[in-house]
Design a protein around this ligand. Sequence first.
Ligand code: CP
Ligand code: NVA
Length: 309
Amino acid sequence: GGDSKPLSFIHIDDYPKETILKILERSKEVKAAITAYDHSYKPFADKTMAMIFTKPSMRTRVSFETGFYLLGGHAIYLDPKSIELGKREETRDIARVLSNYNDIIMARLFAHQDALDLAKYATVPVINGLTDYNHPCQIMADALTIQEVTGGLEGAKVVYVGDGNNIVHSWLRLAAIVPLHFVCACPRGFEPDAATVELARKAGVSKIEISNDPMEAVKDATVVYSDVWASMGQKEEAAARLSRFQGFQVNDEMMKRAGKDAYFMHCLPAERGKEVTDSVMEAPNSIVFQQAENRMHAQNGVMLHVMGC
Ligand code: CP
Ligand code: NVA
């Protein structure tokens, strides 16, 4: 660690719009090289990354580990049992120990406060790989994907249908810095965090709507976006949520209402037959696998930025 506080990536709006757009441009450049099998760029040679997971993951683990490796570094996966963050050892101690072994830390956590504490006590950059509160790396990948398929992100109408969860909070925070029309259509009682809605509205950058009428909300959407109705940590509420979310399934009828130009996105993993049908997942305008692929490329851009490369 050095004298000054390293850069971290805990919320998407930790950076101004210009920086976010610059990171996305860098992501595209590095994606072009990687997808052309040009592996000559190794800025992370002799660098190591500690990856803390207190929750399950497929995309986040594999995309970070692969991306860091392809850029020359070595990533260490710490599963939920090996640290038992907050139980075997306090977050502030973990942060300082790992900072002395590793050049960067990535963490997927329950409590958002743990992400804040890691960044506070670490002397290396910390990247948020999802907390109960937000998922900034996902929304970076989503933004990259929307740029790729539509040619631009600004002014896009993004209609999220489902639970007002961590994904929604990161969209709201992106909307606080990049001009969008963001709509969250959710059942009553499942609205996103009020302070985060307020933060996005107060920024005065985007049009922000919270709706309880998904069929109305999706009209003229650039993107209809879905996520599970019961997030990690809420799986025991799954049955109760299933009945509360009736009418919020993204199906052919809803996509028809959105219009023929609307794309379908989902952060994955999806519970097909619940929040989204098979037919929407498999439709030609479903970009969920391009979106998942872009996790790696967007995160490479984020890592390069916080590492000062
Ligand atoms: N979208 C996402 O973060 O997937 P994982 O939970 O598999 O990492
Ligand atoms: N809202 C979901 C996102 C998974 C990537 C969860 O937190 O489980």
